[in-house]
Each structure stands twice: as structure tokens, then as C-alpha cells.
Design a protein around this ligand. Structure first.
Ligand SMILES: Nc1ncnc2c1ncn2[C@@H]1O[C@H](COP(=O)(O)OP(=O)(O)OP(=O)(O)O)[C@@H](O)[C@H]1O
Ligand code: SF4
Ligand SMILES: [Mg+2]
Length: 338
């Protein structure tokens, strides 16, 4: 099982996630009210996800829309409580903690969203809202807080004159820099970024990605970086998680995933993406069919209806994640396919 995949050293992980599940009940629906009330149908948005994140590394999470990426982000950032499983931050299990204790943990895990307005208050100046977490969580004096804010603004490329301005006075790229500064102000161990560059102009995306990398160099923050854009992921990730319908189907180093993807789904995802590793890839496969509904996940391997290699075993037995040459893959026939 993946949660046995720790290295042998006693390294303290920034994050360990074990068998994480999040099921959402489907709300009442006009056609089957009675049935839904008694036994609500569940969306298995996360269906047993396990991995670990090391200090100062970036894991990117990729996969089609609806595969559970944002649900994973919401559980780890403690915005929601999971249905089951463990989320261990800096060696401490957060599942079962009281609301107050969760509040303390929130300072360790910060989020950056696609739309910076989600984390910026349009009615407060940039300086005030960057200071706010310091005011609540530290004993710094007003003068010290302002100094720290100005220092961080400098690090994210915002000049001191912006301190007294409001978010609407800035471009999307500048606002995302402010949101990143806000996420970093308490020096969190983990930053979860959910599509942080998708809403930005392509010319600005690279600058913001490089900012993430510079800040990581300086503060040794661990990133969980969610993105649809495989070129962005190639730029920023150390390791890559590929998700399909609430499960991890492949998890390995960026090089292994981009150069020799093992899971047929990873091969499909990457087949249309330019990459410095593309020329070394052997497999070029095509899939048929649509993504199944998360309410009706196929038996056995969830990918079997779209996979050209599917066998009877694939249609009846769920493939567990297992290690092949240092990469974790959930496919019965990975050795033959790769
Ligand atoms: N609060 C909720 N109530 C019910 N279903 C939900 C809820 N949040 C998410 N879901 C469902 O869970 C599944 C996973 O959603 P999630 O937002 O995590 O996907 P995603 O991978 O982030 O997709 P995208 O790439 O479009 O952002 C989807 O089927 C979604 O409809
Ligand atoms: S387990 Fe079977 S259906 Fe699933 S990806 Fe592997 S070969 Fe395809
Ligand atoms: Mg999402």
C-alpha cells in the first residue's frame, strides 16, 4: 500500500495523506426525493488517496475536470473535514482535532486560488490585509508588522507604494502576487495552489511560476500544485500525482511520469502535451468514450471502459497502487504496457 512508501530515514514529512476519502451526498432531487432522503447517493470525490509530501518539494496534481483535485485541496487545507482517512501535518494527525486546534493548524497550510479575489478583501488596502494574519497570530508590534509586510511585498515584486492601495487598482498578475504574499506571510509549511496561473495571461504565468519557485528556495515551503496545464506542471513539479475519478492512478518523479508514463490514462493525458521528454516516449495511445460519472464509477479499474488494454481482470478487480521501478502505478498490466 502506498502509505508504506516512506523512505527508510526518520524524515519528518510536511504532509502525509492516508487512505483519504471524501464522499458528498447528492442533494434532494425532484425525481427521487424519497429515495434520496433515506439513502442518499454519494459522489465519491476522493476514494482512498495516499501520498506524502517532503519538506521543500513540489507535488503537482493533474487529471481531468471532476477527478477530485480541488476536493483534495479542501481537505488538506482543513477547509472541509474528510469522510475518512488521515491528514498528518508535520507529524500530527489533524483528523479528530477540535475546531480550535484546527484553527491553529490553518496557519501551517495556506491556499492560493485561481481567482485571487477569493483570498483578497476588496475593501481593505493591501498593506492592511497582509498585516491581518500577523496581528491575529503573532505578538509583533504594529511597526514590526509593517516592516515584515513591506519586506514580503518586496520579495513578491510589489513596490512599497502599493501598501495603501486597494486590490481593484491592480492587474490580475499583481493581485495573484498579493494573494501569494498573503499565503506566505506566516511562513507556512505547506502552500496548496489550485490552478493559480490559469486565469493569467500566458506572458504573466511564467513570472508567477518563477515567483513560486523563488519563494520555495527561500522559505523551503512544500507545495501541492494543482494544474490542468501540463507545461506548467513540467516547469514547477518535482513529483507528479495523476488522478482519475477520485483515485491516484500514477505517482512518480516528474521525469518518470513525463518520459515513460506507465498508466494508460497518464499516457493519454500526456500524448497531446509538448514536453522536453516527449521524444523519448514510446507509447502513443488513443482512448474512446467519455469520462464516467463519479456517481457511477465502473467496477474494477475505473478506466476500463476507455482503456484499449482492458481485460476481464480489469473489469472485476480494482488495481492497487504498486511500485514499479520507483513509480507508483495502479494498473494490472503496467509492466506489459510500459
Ligand atoms: N460540495 C460538493 N457537493 C457535491 N459534489 C461535489 C462537491 N464538491 C465537489 N463535488 C463533486 O466531486 C467531484 C470532484 O470535484 P472537484 O471539484 O474536486 O474536481 P476537480 O478535479 O477540482 O475539477 P476541476 O478540474 O474542474 O476543478 C466532482 O464530481 C464534483 O461535482
Ligand atoms: S488496469 Fe486494465 S483497464 Fe485499468 S488501466 Fe490497466 S490495463 Fe487499462
Ligand atoms: Mg478544481
Amino acid at each position: 500500500m502506498l502509505h508504506n512508501l516512506k523512505p527508510h530515514s526518520e524524515e519528518l514529512f510536511s504532509l502525509e495523506v492516508k487512505e483519504l476519502k471524501k464522499y458528498y451526498p447528492i442533494k434532494k432531487n425532484f425525481f427521487n426525493l424519497a429515495k434520496v432522503n433515506k439513502n442518499p447517493q454519494m459522489v465519491k470525490a476522493l476514494n482512498g488517496v495516499s501520498f506524502f509530501l517532503k519538506a521543500g518539494e513540489t507535488i503537482a496534481v493533474v487529471g481531468e475536470s471532476g477527478c477530485g483535485k480541488s476536493t483534495l485541496a479542501k481537505q488538506i487545507s482543513l477547509l472541509e473535514r474528510p469522510t475518512s482517512g488521515d491528514i498528518i501535518i508535520q507529524g500530527k494527525n489533524t483528523v479528530g482535532l477540535s475546531k480550535k486546534e484546527i484553527q491553529q493548524f490553518r496557519t501551517q497550510v495556506q491556499m492560493v486560488f485561481q481567482n485571487p479575489y477569493a483570498s483578497l478583501n476588496p475593501r481593505a488596502t493591501i498593506g492592511k490585509q497582509l498585516e491581518e494574519p500577523l496581528r491575529i497570530n503573532t505578538d509583533l508590534t504594529a511597526k514590526e508588522r509593517k516592516e515584515k509586510v513591506l519586506e514580503l511585498m518586496g520579495l513578491v515584486g510589489l513596490i512599497p507604494e502599493y501598501y495603501d492601495r486597494f486590490p481593484h487598482m491592480f492587474s490580475g498578475g499583481q493581485r495573484q502576487r498579493m494573494a501569494i504574499a498573503r499565503a506566505m506571510i506566516l511562513n507556512p509549511k505547506i502552500v496548496i495552489a489550485d490552478e493559480p496561473t490559469s486565469a493569467l495571461d500566458v506572458s504573466i504565468q511564467a513570472q508567477v511560476l518563477n515567483l513560486f519557485l523563488d519563494l520555495q528556495d527561500q522559505f523551503k515551503t512544500s507545495y501541492l500544485f494543482i494544474s490542468h496545464n501540463l507545461s506548467v506542471v513540467e516547469h514547477i513539479a518535482d513529483r507528479v500525482i495523476v488522478m482519475y475519478l477520485g483515485k491516484i492512478v500514477e505517482f512518480g518523479s516528474k521525469k518518470a511520469i513525463y518520459q515513460s508514463p506507465m498508466h494508460p490514462y497518464t499516457q493519454v493525458l500526456l500524448s497531446s502535451s509538448p514536453s522536453v521528454y516527449a521524444k523519448d516516449r514510446k507509447n502513443k495511445i488513443k482512448v474512446t468514450g467519455e469520462l464516467p460519472s463519479p456517481l457511477d464509477i465502473p467496477l474494477g479499474c475505473a478506466f476500463n471502459q476507455r482503456c484499449p488494454y482492458a481485460t476481464d481482470e480489469c473489469r472485476s478487480l480494482v488495481p492497487e497502487l504498486r511500485s514499479i521501478e520507483g513509480t507508483y502505478v495502479a494498473c494490472h498490466h503496467a509492466e506489459k504496457i510500459k
